[in-house]
Ligand binder design. Structure first.
Ligand code: HEC
Ligand code: HEC
Length: 446
């Protein structure tokens, strides 16, 4: 695995010397422990009426900034990624309000929260997102929880910061469909409440840059830890089941998850389960003719043109090219960013195209090392020869990464997926899981 460490050793040391902990505003934070259940929901989201965007979720307790006293909260890392001014409470409150603001969309029907619903751990419960006028995109909405720690944003990492990220859905024609970010700002600029909140947060009138900063500030308060697994790592031996303990072992050994879902190769990483890197793990590529799409991208998309890449990624079949759209390197064809593994029971369906319904399907995919006909498959993918009980153990480990706010809905979803997996395992191929690694075909000429 190419190790892309989050921060250099020097930066880490510098960060440890910062004495005053700058952390999330505890005063307005949701207490970490109690499970909030009234506004959580389980299972796939219902389809909206044709031609319409899905309903806008209401801001409930789950939309509140998270506390910094969660077990497992990475203090040093968090200090490193947050700037001292970014979490001023006035900015965070403004950002939270903007996150639910449908006037930022072209016809006043879609807000960030439409696709990042706090009750669904800031996802939308759909394979791919549905935006303005009911337009169906190409990609699954990732969670915003812990997005503050991402080195790049989006499945293909096409931007680096949350500020840059927030501008793109506002103008994407399948998401919020505003003519420009300025157009979106103009629809809230006359609002007296916004005028005073911008003044409080930034000392000036409503404007584009501060709007994006406020949204990003709110997102940076959404740190999610304190799961049973975090309690186990902190020393509570009985916080997770024996099965989940075996699953954690397996994920670092035979199941090979740590090769990508960890910041370093040589040390166990119980925190974010990402590597800030991109891999082709064989998702979606089988259903598409990638070579003509790559040729189309070369022809039609000016390299580095962010708005064009964003439109292609969300609205066209070229979406399947993944990181290639950004780098134009053949080795990046159908590569996607390694996502974190927390709160998975609330963020399904899985992968960049939402193509898998249960964590058992995910495990079956990895177990057979899928991607036999995929010339760009990551070299770390291979058949794993995991038994059924080993698969159950890894799923139990993944389930133990559910933060307390989502415990109840997570338990229900675990039961739902388990029941589904008993009757439907579309990805299971035991023969291939126990067979030797097949020879990869060479990449075709582009
Ligand atoms: C119509 C649905 C929709 C709306 C509205 C929407 N998003 Fe998203 N969001 C998505 C999808 C789908 C992706 C993944 C797209 C991709 O990777 O190409 C995404 C990706 C993201 C990411 C990257 C997370 C990661 O792990 O890489 C962040 C952050 C985010 N959205 C925040 C926002 C904010 C802030 C707004 C409002 C300004 C917003 N989104 C509006 C669907 C939506
Ligand atoms: C070669 C690198 C690699 C290995 C090994 C790997 N993953 Fe992944 N994982 C990824 C990437 C990249 C994605 C996103 C791929 C996509 O959507 O196309 C992903 C996606 C996932 C998802 C979907 C998350 C979501 O939000 O949709 C889960 C769950 C997951 N991996 C679990 C595991 C487990 C469990 C293992 C070990 C059995 C494992 N991964 C091994 C790189 C890897």
């Amino acid at each position: 695995m190419p190790v892309t460490t989050y921060f250099s050793q020097r930066a880490l040391m510098r960060a440890t010397f910062v004495s005053a902990l700058l952390l999330l505003p505890l005063s307005c934070a949701v207490p970490a422990a109690p499970a909030v259940s009234e506004d959580t929901i389980v299972g796939p989201a219902p389809a909206p009426p044709p031609g319409q965007a899905p309903p806008l979720p209401k801001p409930g307790p789950l939309a509140e900034p998270r506390a910094s006293n969660q077990v497992g909260f990475p203090k040093v890392l968090t200090q490193y990624v947050l700037s001292p001014t970014s979490l001023r409470p006035a900015r965070v409150a403004l950002g939270q309000k903007l996150f639910f603001e449908p006037r930022l969309s072209g016809n006043g029907t879609v807000a960030c929260a439409t696709c990042h619903d706090p009750a669904r751990a800031f996802t939308d419960g759909r394979p791919v997102s549905i935006g303005i006028h009911g337009r169906v995109g190409q990609r699954n909405a990732p969670t915003i929880l812990n997005a503050l720690y991402n080195k790049t944003q989006f499945w293909d990492g096409r931007v680096a910061t949350l500020e840059q990220q927030a501008a793109l859905p506002i103008t994407n024609p399948f998401e919020m469909g505003s003519a420009s970010v300025g157009d979106a700002v103009s629809r809230i600029a006359d609002d007296k409440d916004y005028q005073s909140q911008f003044m409080q947060g930034f000392g000036r009138d409503v404007n584009e840059q501060d709007m994006l900063s406020a949204i990003a500030a709110y997102e940076r308060t959404l740190a999610s830890f304190d799961s049973p697994f975090d309690h186990f790592i902190a020393g509570e031996a009985n916080a997770i089941s024996d099965s989940a303990k075996r699953g954690w072992e397996l994920s670092n050994t035979k199941a090979r998850c740590h090769l990508c879902h960890a910041l370093t190769d040589n040390q166990r990483d119980p925190t974010l389960f990402i590597d800030n890197d991109f891999h082709n793990i064989g998702i979606g590529i089988i259903r598409h003719h990638v070579v003509p799409l790559a040729q189309q991208a070369e022809r039609e998309l000016a390299q580095g043109h962010l708005a064009a890449i964003d439109t292609a990624a969300i609205t066209s079949e070229m979406s399947v090219l993944g990181r290639f759209l950004v780098t134009r390197k053949q080795s990046d064809i159908a590569s996607f960013k390694t996502p974190g593994l927390r709160n998975l029971l609330v963020t399904g369906p899985y992968f960049h195209d939402g193509s898998m319904q249960t964590l058992w399907d995910v495990m079956d995919h990895y177990n057979k090392g899928d991607g036999i006909t995929d010339p760009w498959l990551d070299k770390d993918m291979q058949p794993l020869a995991l038994s059924e009980s080993e698969i159950d153990d890894v799923v139990a480990f993944l389930a133990s990464l559910t933060s307390p706010q989502y415990k109840e809905v997570g338990d229900q979803e675990y039961a739902r997926q388990l029941a589904t997996s008993k009757v439907n395992r579309p990805q299971r191929d035991t023969g291939r899981a126990f067979a030797p690694k097949p020879k990869q075909p060479p990449p075709p000429p582009l």
